[in-house]
Ligand binder design. Structure first.
Ligand SMILES: [Zn+2]
Length: 115
């Protein structure tokens, strides 16, 4: 995939992630603007807490994906996009096509789920 195509896809992906965060009342860094008001619908505090925990989990996942997209965009700028940030080998085209925000090859990703 040409890098300008990757950049276009990543940029639109970034916009979607930011929009999703905004919908949830969170900033790009995952900060919620004050307390979230879940309204009157919750019968008890436990339900509200569970809902809040779920919301924070969703926000956390979005923020992590946003960080990956930003890292990939930075690598396009640096000229290192498409190479694994860990071992330096080419990341497969199919992997980049499926997941343009990848900065690690499938082997490194598999070896370390935290990468
Ligand atoms: Zn690698």
């Amino acid at each position: 995939m040409p890098h300008d195509t990757a950049k276009t896809r990543l940029t639109s992906q970034r916009g979607e992630l930011v929009a999703q965060l905004a919908e949830l009342g969170a900033s790009e860094t995952g900060d919620l603007g004050g307390e979230v008001d879940f309204g009157e619908g919750f019968a008890d505090a436990a339900a509200a807490t569970a809902e809040r925990t779920e919301l924070l989990g969703i926000i956390d996942a979005l923020v992590k994906r946003l960080a990956e997209v930003d890292a990939a965009l930075a690598r396009i700028t640096e000229g290192t996009y498409g190479r694994c940030a860990n071992c330096g080998r080419e990341i497969g085209a199919a992997r980049l096509e499926h997941r343009p925000e990848s900065v690690h090859c499938i082997d490194c990703k598999a070896a370390n789920a935290a990468v």
